[in-house]
Write a protein of this length. Structure first.
Length: 290
C-alpha cells in the first residue's frame, strides 16, 4: 500500500517535522509506503491531478489546504481526514454549527457577522447582544487559530471592542466562558470511532487556556463514560477518521466540547501518556482500505 503524507508547503518547523517522522515510522510498521509531499509539489488543478493520484492509494492530509484536499477528492483519492471534515474543524464557527446541529454539548456560541478587508466593524450591537446572553468574562476566538494563540478572554465591553478591533476583518465567535474549566481541559484522542487515550491539561501560570504550547502541563487521564460519549459524538458529527477533541468540564463536570482538531499535534500526548497516536492512525487507514 502506498500513501502520501501531505504537509504545508511554506511552514518550516521542527515541531511539525517531528510529527511527520512519527507518522512515517508508524506507516513503515504497517508496511505502508508513505511519501511526504509538500502541497506545492502537487498541481492545484483537478485536471492536472487526475493522472498523478494514480500513484497513491490514499493521502494522510496534514494541512489545512482544503482547496487541494477537495481537488484530490474530486480525482477519487481517499483522504484521511476528508476535506469537508478538515474544513469544518479549521473554522471554529463551522465547528459550532456542526456540533449544535448534532446536539453535541458546546459552550453557548455566537458568530460575528461577516465583514470584508478594509471595512471596519463600527457597530458593536451584535457583540453587546451576545455579551448580554453570555455574561462576563466571555471568550472570543478567531475562526482560524491553533495552540491557543487566537483565543482571548474579555472581561467587559471595552475589552470586547479592543479585541475585535485587533482581529479586524477576520471572522470570530463570542462564546460562554466555562468557568469550572478555567485553565484545564481534557484532550481526548479518537481514532476510528474509539477513544485511544486522553490527557488532562492544566495551565501552570493562571492562564485560562490549558494549551501545552502556552505552558500547560499534560498528564495521562482516563475519560469517564460521558466524556467518551461526547468526544465520539463530536467526531461523528464532524465526519472525522481521527481527531484530538478538547473537552471542557461543565456544570458538575459534565463534558462540553471546546474544539475538535482534525490534524492533532500529538507530541504532548505521547509525552504524557506514552501512547503514539500515529500507530493507531496508520492501522485505521489499513482497516478502512482493506
Ligand atoms: N469557552 C471556553 N471556556 C473555558 N475555557 C476555554 C473556552 N474555550 C477555550 N478555552 C480554553 O482555551 C484553550 C484553547 O482554546 P481552543 O478552542 O482549544 O483553541 P486552540 O485551537 O487554539 O487550541 C482550551 O484548551 C481551553 O483551555
Ligand atoms: Mg485546542
Amino acid at each position: 500500500m502506498k500513501g502520501w503524507l501531505i504537509v504545508n508547503n511554506f511552514m518550516k518547523s521542527a515541531k511539525f517535522d517531528e510529527i511527520y517522522a512519527y507518522l512515517k515510522s508508524a506507516a513503515e510498521k504497517e508496511q505502508i509506503q508513505l511519501e511526504i509531499l509538500k502541497t506545492g509539489a502537487l498541481p492545484h488543478s483537478v485536471n492536472a491531478l487526475k493522472e498523478r493520484v494514480q500513484e497513491a492509494d490514499f493521502a494522510l492530509f496534514w494541512d489545512k489546504d482544503v482547496v487541494l484536499a477537495r481537488q484530490l477528492e474530486a480525482c477519487g483519492l481517499r483522504l484521511f481526514n476528508s476535506a469537508a471534515a478538515i474544513e469544518k474543524c479549521d473554522n471554529t464557527a463551522f465547528t459550532a454549527v456542526e456540533l449544535e446541529r448534532a446536539g453535541v454539548p458546546v459552550p453557548e456560541t455566537y458568530a460575528a457577522p461577516l465583514t470584508f478587508e478594509g471595512i471596519r466593524i463600527d457597530d458593536f450591537g451584535f457583540a453587546e447582544e451576545a455579551a448580554e446572553k453570555l455574561g462576563f468574562p466571555l471568550v472570543i476566538k478567531e475562526n482560524a487559530g491553533s495552540f491557543g494563540k487566537q483565543v482571548y478572554l474579555a472581561s467587559d465591553m471595552d475589552d470586547v471592542k479592543s479585541i475585535i478591533e485587533k482581529i479586524g476583518h477576520k471572522g470570530f465567535i463570542l462564546q460562554r466562558f466555562i468557568a469550572e474549566s478555567s485553565g484545564r481541559d481534557v484532550r481526548v484522542n479518537v481514532v476510528g470511532g474509539k477513544v485511544i487515550c486522553a490527557m488532562l491539561r492544566e495551565s501552570t501560570d493562571g492562564d485560562f487556556r490549558s494549551n501545552v504550547t502556552l505552558g500547560g502541563h499534560g498528564k495521562a487521564y482516563t475519560v469517564n463514560k460521558e466524556q467518551e460519549a461526547a468526544a465520539l459524538a463530536a467526531c461523528d458529527a464532524m465526519g472525522l477518521d481521527f481527531a484530538g477533541v478538547d473537552v471542557l468540564f461543565g456544570d458538575g463536570g459534565k463534558p462540553v466540547i471546546c474544539e475538535v482538531n482534525s490534524n492533532p499535534h500529538f507530541k504532548s500526548t505521547i509525552d504524557a501518556t506514552g501512547t503514539d497516536l500515529s500507530l493507531y492512525i496508520m492501522k485505521h487507514v489499513k482497516n478502512v482500505l482493506g
